[in-house]
Design a protein around this ligand. Sequence first.
Ligand SMILES: [Cu+2]
Length: 300
Amino acid sequence: MNSRRYTAIASVLVAVLWLGFATPLLAQDTAAAPSFDVELTGDYGYHLPPNIAPEGTYPHTVDSLIDILHYFMVVLFVGWGIFFVYCLWKFRQREGHKADAKPIKAKASKYAEIVVAIFEAFLLIGLSIPAWASVRNEFPTEEENPLHLRVVAEQFQWNFHYPGPDGVFGKTSPAFLDLATNILGIDPADPNGKDDITATELHIPVNRKVIADISSKDVIHSFAIGVLRVKQDAIPGMRIPVWFEANRTGNYEISCAQLCGNNHYSMRALMIVEDQGVFDAWYAKAAEGPEEFDEDELDD
Ligand SMILES: [Cu+2]
């Protein structure tokens, strides 16, 4: 048996052994991502998740860009694929012709590459950068009555900080951090912090702009709301604002889009988009602080 055939058979055997035995063993070690108590809204399907941002805004531009890129990739893939098969046939070894690896000089391929490079530059400079600039540079004004909140990432959880009815965030400091009672480190002596809301679910009103300042307590995370096409790195020591708006009520998923440790996959949170009235009721109740712990409930 020649050595090439031997290598091929050995590779297939290794692949079969790996897929057949090692993969199921490894899979047993991986716990499923935590599931939510409620069902998520919308049909996720095989393509992009539902888009709940208002028509004509940046998240819809993102979808158009993704579509354009996929069409472009299909054209490139099919085009280069045909060219590849054509070359295999055209330059094959045959009677009266010896195959060799020397390149031939042709104008067509040079022009094709220039066209592809120009189109790629257009995608970046003509479409992507202006679309991104429009969302980064044009934040909602205070007249538009945006909701302000903070998003604080940690391994492996999303924390949300609302200023409460007074509209002023309490002072925060790592010195006041307490994993059980004060996960945001709000200064207990600051009167502005008394009505602040700490939550691990993101409540937002429907059809209202939200400005969120993203930060992190430990490593770099990435705040990602798939249905709003929002993705922003959460970087320790920085407070980075993003804004978004949802125009459909329901329960949606927030995930972490940056590999941040071994439980990264489980770092998800629920985003609840609700009518302004329902939101206000939740806000007022949450500002009163957590309910007293009831020992009797442990028996249930
Ligand atoms: Cu993370």
